[in-house]
Design a protein around this ligand. Structure first.
Ligand code: NAD
Ligand code: UDP
Length: 339
């Protein structure tokens, strides 16, 4: 495969892993990031892994001139749009910041893409758009809803991109709804590096295993699940990255907006993940049962059959591999990219 792919948010967790597979597949990658939640170090490490240098442009997707600079200098074939803010709690406290960054940023990006006749975009959506599903596994045609500004920003952007396609059918739009990305590249040199106390389960467990946190709070043990704790569909970040490469490979052949779940299709409880992490790390991970977290649902996992049918994609790495790779990154880099 060949072509130039603009990766917004390419220095972030999922973006940096995706850059590796895009380059290995033969694509040229341009990373565009304002480093609001990442550092250039992730890209330096990706360059070491792939053995070649990557064009990195520091800029903000809300700044049309920053974006025009990229399109002036590079003939971009498609955009993978990861750039966005993603902390649910923060989005409740700072809704305008989230709407501005995520929605206004996407509008600016699409305007500039249009100016330069680049009309292929793969967008990072989320399983959060399914709200509290009436049943599991979740299919793409389930009803959508959101309970917080982060989730609403994903829903609005999906709608904006659909409207764009209706206005001009030459747009190619792929909406990838991720379930719970975890794990790291196999060498342990890049991984998830939360700036503050992690909100998500796997990075919190990782930091507890490495001794940075005393214990894990298990949010609720009275859900209607096999052990009472919340069930999610954890997907290895390299499998997720592979889904993006497959979407880019096929994007030009799509004649409709494609909405696709990227999940492993299996549900694991908080205690299942904890046990798998103890096995992977050889550490005992202390935990306490705590009250349910506001807004959490009991169970959420994908029906990934549409991704298999449309992209020829399926998740290959199991929960043990996810924990092994997460632990390799965490133990090699106890303080993330600062290590
Ligand atoms: P991340 O924070 O590690 O990466 C996002 C990147 O975007 C960061 O490098 C950040 O600096 C950059 N960025 C943010 N705002 C920007 C702006 N205005 N201009 C330029 N760059 C900007 O997050 P991630 O986990 O890699 O997530 C990537 C995308 O996937 C996000 O859109 C996120 O909402 C979505 N997503 C993530 C998850 C998850 O659990 N990680 C789940 C579903 C969807
Ligand atoms: N969770 C937990 N303790 C934590 C973080 C998360 O028990 O410190 C639980 C949470 O209640 C949910 C699961 O782990 O059942 C996954 O949470 P995460 O925030 O990673 O993903 P999301 O809830 O957004 O799917």
């Amino acid at each position: 495969m060949s072509g130039k792919i603009l990766v917004t948010g390419g220095a972030g967790y999922i973006g940096s892993h995706t850059c590796i597979l895009l380059i290995e597949a033969g694509y040229e990658v341009i990373v565009f990031d304002n480093f609001s939640n990442s550092s250039i170090e992730s890209i330096k490490r990706v360059e070491k892994i792939v053995g070649s240098s990557i064009v990195v442009i520091e800029g903000d997707i809300r700044n049309r001139d920053d974006l025009r600079g990229v399109f002036e200098n590079h003939k971009i074939d498609a955009v993978i749009h990861f750039a966005g803010l993603k902390a649910v709690g923060e989005s409740v406290e700072q809704p305008l910041r989230y709407y501005d960054n995520n929605i206004s940023g996407t509008v600016a990006l699409c305007e500039v893409m249009s100016e330069y006749s680049c009309k292929s975009i793969v967008f990072s959506s989320s399983a959060t758009v399914y709200g509290d599903p009436h049943t599991t596994p979740i299919k793409e045609d389930f009803s959508v809803s959101a309970t917080n500004p982060y989730g609403r920003s994903k829903l609005f952007i999906e709608e904006i991109l659909r409207d764009l396609y209706v206005s001009d059918n030459s747009w190619k739009v792929v909406l990838l709804r991720y379930f719970n990305p975890v794990g790291a590249y196999k060498s342990g040199d890049i991984g998830e590096d939360p700036k503050d106390i992690p909100n998500n389960l796997m990075p919190f467990i990782a930091q507890t295993a490495v001794g940075k946190r005393e214990f894990l709070n298990v949010f609720g043990d009275d859900y209607n699940t096999h052990d009472g704790t919340g069930v999610r569909d954890y997907i290895h970040v390299m499998d997720l990255a592979d889904g993006h490469v497959k979407a880019i490979n096929k994007i030009k052949s799509f004649n409709d907006v494609m909405t696709i779940n990227l999940g492993a299709g299996k549900g694991y409880s908080v205690l299942d993940v904890l046990k798998a992490y103890e096995m992977a790390s050889g550490k005992e991970i202390p935990y306490k049962i705590a009250p349910r977290r506001d807004g959490d649902i009991a169970s959420c996992y994908a029906d990934p059959s549409y991704a298999r049918e449309i992209l020829g994609w399926e998740a290959k790495r199991d929960i043990n591999q996810m924990c092994i790779d997460s632990w390799r990154w965490q133990s090699k880099n106890p303080d993330g990219y600062k290590s």
